[in-house]
Design a binder for this molecule. Structure first.
Ligand code: SF4
Length: 331
């Protein structure tokens, strides 16, 4: 199955929105995995509606990552691949096309049923499969399991949905273990570390099961913390992206650093990359932007990149045992 068939880009809906709003200039923003589909989708929209389409070429990793500059140049913006965040209420011009998966989950959930050890199963997934959770419930109930699917906080659009920076839907689920439906590693690792419970990953694209094992990530994080223990000068990174900006937290961390006799400077930027930070000669960075950054890009920065929780451990304000993935939570 090609990704064109596996995911629903909702072109007919997009065309109806354009006609209803009488938009003349339309922006399209795709996450990295869907960018190669953008020319075909743009051509179809232009051909069928006569609008002018601008495609965002900027990197895009989440709903936190709206192309604000492009938004100023278009009548409406279609953002693909993510559900809205509460921060996105700022603009009525943005339409989220969640790009849901058409892939069937029944077979892989059937496979998972025999490997799940607990009775109460917390079901979690990304927005791509959130509409398939009811199918998963039916399969698991046939195997005598009780399923728990909980709403998250205000950052979370659907019950059972998790983001790489928000596991609140999992945290709210009173269960023995979790079943994550999806293909990524990061979300189930974060949930298993946050909840200290087993998370089984059911990947419907390849029909495979695996268990989330955070031991390697924990070893990497311990090494990053250990390298930062003697640091005297810290760069606290703040992103200006609407859903990632945490200046208040950065200011609090800076105050904490000063109270411990350390030097700390707030570095503001849009996209945070190893190259972007190369010229800042600090002993360690603290990342308040996308929480995935420090974990996914480990070893690529020229100085250790800590999460805010790890920074607290470095300063002696938090115990090593209380190490979790950083989250951006809502209300
Ligand atoms: S901050 Fe990171 S993990 Fe959270 S939605 Fe944005 S890209 Fe995803």
């Amino acid at each position: 199955m090609s990704d064109g068939e596996a995911f629903d880009f909702r072109i007919d809906y997009i065309i109806s929105v354009i006609e209803d709003t009488d938009a003349k200039v339309v922006g399209l923003q795709f996450p990295e995995g869907f960018k190669r589909r953008s020319p075909g989708i743009a051509s179809r929209i232009e051909d069928e509606t006569g609008v002018t389409v601008f495609i965002s070429g900027n990197p895009c990793f989440g709903a936190c990552d709206l192309d604000v500059a492009l938004l100023n140049d278009v009548d409406i913006l279609f953002h693909f691949g993510h559900a809205h965040l509460d921060d996105n209420k700022i603009s009525q011009k943005v339409y989220f096309i969640e790009t849901r998966s058409a892939v069937d989950v029944n077979d892989v959930v059937e496979l998972a049923a025999s490997k799940l050890e607990g009775r109460r199963i917390g079901l979690i997934t990304t927005v791509q499969h959130v509409h398939k959770l009811d199918d998963a419930v039916k399969v698991l109930e046939q195997h005598g399991k009780q399923c728990v699917i909980c709403p998250g906080d205000s950052k979370i659009a659907y019950p059972g949905q998790v983001l790489g920076c928000n596991f609140s839907a999992a945290r709210n689920a009173d269960c023995d273990e979790y079943l994550f439906i999806g293909s990524g590693q990061f979300h189930p690792l974060g949930v298993s570390l946050a909840m200290k419970k087993r998370v089984l990953i059911a990947d419907p694209f390849v029909n495979e099961l695996r268990e989330a094992d955070y031991s390697k990530v924990l070893r990497q994080r311990s090494a990053v913390i250990a390298k930062s223990l003697d640091a005297e000068v810290f760069g606290i990174v703040v992103s200006s992206k609407p859903g990632q900006e945490r200046m208040e937290l950065a200011m609090e961390l800076k105050r904490m650093a000063k109270a411990h006799g350390k030097d700390a400077h707030i570095l503001t930027m849009d996209l945070v990359t190893p190259d972007q930070l190369l010229q800042f000669k600090v002993d360690a960075f603290v990342n308040t932007a996308c929480p995935r950054l420090a974990i996914d890009e480990v070893g690529r920065f020229h100085a250790p990149m800590l999460t805010p929780l790890e920074f607290e451990i470095v300063l002696g304000e938090r115990e090593w045992e209380d190490l979790y993935f950083d989250e951006i939570t809502g209300e």
